[in-house]
Design a binder for this molecule. Structure first.
Ligand SMILES: Cc1cc2nc3c(=O)[nH]c(=O)nc-3n(C[C@H](O)[C@H](O)[C@H](O)COP(=O)(O)O)c2cc1C
Length: 197
């Protein structure tokens, strides 16, 4: 395959990629997880501040995540939650064999604006999805209303300037799963302003 063909194949793959909503199956191998995490750190990073951290949740770590999510629900909405609401929150911890919490760790004292640093950290979450997909895993970026609550922030070891940007589920897509289609219509409609010729 020539260089330009490889480039076209890359863009086609990027465009065709769809998230895997609940990627069960096997977690990435330790070596693949390292590759995925390392790939995620190649994002644009103004000032090379590396304003991100990852918390890898696997195995029994999922029980800790479940407890933090449910405690976060209580903090957010009060103690009188229905069993269904608690079960729904608890279930999030077990939707995949591995979840990578993405933490933005901006340095407010840096000359680079905090929003730029958070944007850079957000890029790592998408890069996690892309790298995992490239290695044949299923991945999706998720969040929950409880991300900003004490128990969830504590689980992730968040300092005062840090912000949880959600988590990326990693797993293996079910065999024979047919890829979801991209949304219909022109993806650029109303989204591009062209200045000049
Ligand atoms: C910060 C962030 C948080 C997200 N949280 C969720 C979520 O909690 N639940 C969800 O279904 N999708 C969430 N998404 C969107 C998914 O990552 C994915 O894009 C979505 O499921 C669209 O997939 P589809 O177009 O193939 O249907 C989030 C995306 C971002 C950027």
């Amino acid at each position: 395959m020539s260089g330009p063909e490889r480039g076209t194949a890359f863009v086609e793959r990027l465009t065709a990629r769809r998230p895997v909503p609940d990627p069960g199956g096997a977690a990435p191998s330790p070596a693949d997880l390292e590759r995925i995490l390392a790939a995620a750190t190649t994002v644009p990073d103004h000032g090379r501040l590396r304003p991100w951290r990852f918390v890898v949740v696997e195995g029994a770590g999922r029980d800790r995540l479940a407890r933090a999510l449910v405690a976060g629900l209580t903090e957010l909405r009060g103690p009188d939650q229905s069993g269904a609401a608690v079960a729904k929150m608890d279930k999030k911890a077990y939707a995949a064999p591995c979840a990578v919490l993405v933490v933005a760790s901006p340095d407010p004292g840096a000359s680079v604006a905090v929003w730029e640093q958070v944007a850079s950290a957000a890029c790592t979450a998408y890069a996690l999805v892309l790298a995992a997909t490239g290695l044949g895993y299923g991945a999706v970026w998720k969040s929950a209303a409880v991300l900003g609550t004490g128990p969830v922030r504590e689980l992730a070891g968040c300092g005062p300037d840090e912000q949880l940007l959600g988590w990326v589920y990693l797993g293996t897509p079910p065999a024979g799963r047919t890829a979801r289609r991209a949304p219909a219509g022109d993806p650029l409609e109303g989204r591009v302003t062209r200045l000049g010729g």
